[in-house]
Design a protein around this ligand. Structure first.
Ligand SMILES: Cc1ncc(COP(=O)(O)OP(=O)(O)O)c(N)n1
Ligand SMILES: Cc1nc(C(=O)O)sc1CCOP(=O)(O)O
Length: 460
């Protein structure tokens, strides 16, 4: 049986800054597992601040690009982005009608900077030639205002505009995006022309100015979903989740609106798998040395944590560790199960705080306090630092989860860097603790074993 490779085409412009247009579309297609192709419509000299120049591509060359890829490679779904002139629109529409593939139209009018990306006289061609051949059209509020002929400022306006555009211009589905509207949530209105049904897509609004390329990536994600054979509604829901991730992890580049990050979808999955693999590797080393390490499991038990790379490590859910911790069973150290994300609060808090000072230090493990461990760590040349829990300010003590970040900050300040080993001698009802830190879990366990083996050597 031959494998079907989903194929999507973007008919759009080049943003030399790499944030919008075909570069955003290709990243999106590939991040969603779809082979991407391009029919270039214009070259823009553009960065995060604005568009400096535009060179349109000859309309016949646009048409030729579409025909050439369609007749050989094939196209399951396509999207349009920047179509700046009526001639380019007519040429693209001819080719789309010839091949009959599903089309998503992002009715691009202005860049985030406010610079126009469409000739004024082409507005009517967009309405009369391009939108009627689309399955899905994805205007933001200002674009919906232009297409509907009235101002779109509220959810009710968005609903009226979606219905108006569907009935007047005849796309199957209209999505009026909520990114430009206000409120704690970004709510998109989806209107289905045939059934007259409305649906809503909701996501928490993310506070960032780095949203360049949002419209491009969203429409490309819908096209990718259609190319994979998803229903339009499933493709739209996937695209909302995809763009929310791309905005959450958008890139603070340039001096204006930085780009969204379509690769976050793929990178997060790859890094999460890598973190679990690395933890499993280190947990096997712990099991191989279970007798030795068993003597150093504290009353509260141990945990070994590993964070996603710093850019992706935002909170405790981005750190993996052992649910149920590493326990002492029959004198031996024993991980109580396979590692998972979001299961540690203590070790994870040491890691998150350390990463604020040194993003490379992404892993840590707590063990039982023993003077010999501290002494030997120093002898081995490790940087050892401590904090005194009795000095914890009352307001820190009162705040849930604040003690460990406070203590870790103290220990880092005392050492002048993120140390290899942090300890505290406890307080009323608090067991003394040693934390070993490192760049990855194997490094942490290697440091621990180097210390414990040296202690054992000195015993005999
Ligand atoms: C070449 C090019 N195509 C499209 C756009 C518009 O991108 P979009 O994601 O719709 O919005 P902004 O990020 O520009 O707000 C573009 N800028 N350049
Ligand atoms: C319970 C506990 N307290 C610690 C401290 O250093 O105060 S270390 C620890 C054990 C590990 O916990 P987790 O699984 O939440 O990382």
């Amino acid at each position: 049986m031959s494998m079907r490779i989903p194929r999507a085409l973007t008919i759009a412009g080049l943003d030399s800054g790499g944030g919008a247009g075909i570069t955003a579309d290709l990243k999106t297609f590939h991040a969603l597992g779809v082979y991407g192709m391009v029919a270039l419509t214009a070259v823009t000299a553009q960065n995060t601040l604005g568009v400096k120049a535009v060179q349109e591509i000859d309309p016949l060359v646009v048409e030729n690009q579409i025909n050439t890829v369609a007749e050989d490679i094939g196209v399951d779904a396509a999207k349009t982005g920047m179509l700046s002139s009526s001639q380019i629109m007519e040429a693209a529409a001819r080719a789309v009608r010839r091949w009959g593939f599903q089309l998503v139209v992002d009715p691009v009018m202005y860049a985030k900077s406010g610079d126009p990306l469409i000739r004024p006289e082409a507005m009517e061609t967009l309405r009369r030639v391009i939108i009627p051949i689309s399955k899905v059209v994805t205007p933001n509020a200002p674009e919906a205002s232009h297409l509907a002929g009235f101002r779109v400022e509220t959810l009710d306006d968005a609903k009226r505009a979606a219905k108006f555009i569907a009935e007047e211009l005849h796309p199957e589905i209209v999505i009026v995006k909520g990114g430009h509207l206000t409120g704690n949530e970004s709510i998109d209105i989806v209107y289905f022309r045939d059934s007259g049904e409305y649906r809503e897509l909701r996501a928490p609004r993310i506070d960032t100015k780095n949203t360049h390329g949002t419209g491009c990536s969203f429409s490309a994600a819908i096209a990718a979903g259609l190319a994979k054979g998803l229903s339009p509604w499933d493709a739209i829901k996937l695209a909302k989740e995809f763009i929310t991730t791309a905005i959450k992890y958008s890139l603070p580049l340039g001096h204006g609106h930085g780009p969204v990050n379509p690769m976050a979808w793929l990178e997060l999955r790859a890094y999460r798998a890598d973190v679990i693999d690395e933890l499993n590797k280190a947990l096997r080393i712990i099991e191989d040395n279970a007798d030795l390490i068993g003597n150093y499991i504290p009353e509260v038990q141990s945990n070994l944590g590993y964070a996603l790379p710093a850019f992706y490590a935002r909170d405790l859910n981005d750190i993996a560790a052992v649910p149920g911790r590493i326990i002492k069973y029959m004198g031996k150290a024993k991980p109580s199960g396979p590692p998972a994300f979001g299961v540690s609060s203590h070790v994870a808090n040491y890691i998150l705080t350390a990463m604020r000072h040194d993003p490379e230090v992404r892993s840590a493990m707590n063990i039982k306090y023993d003077d010999k461990v501290i002494e030997t760590a120093r002898k081995l040349g490790y940087v050892v630092s401590s904090y005194d829990r009795r000095q914890e300010p009352p307001e820190v003590k009162a705040r849930e989860g604040a003690s460990i970040p406070w203590g870790t900050e103290q220990a880092i300040k005392n050492a002048g860097r993120v140390p290899d080993v942090i300890y505290h001698l406890g307080d009323w009802g608090k067991e003394p603790v040693i934390i070993i830190l490192g760049r990855n879990p194997t490094e942490v366990v290697s440091k621990l074993l180097a210390i414990l083996r040296r202690i054992n050597e000195n015993r005999f």
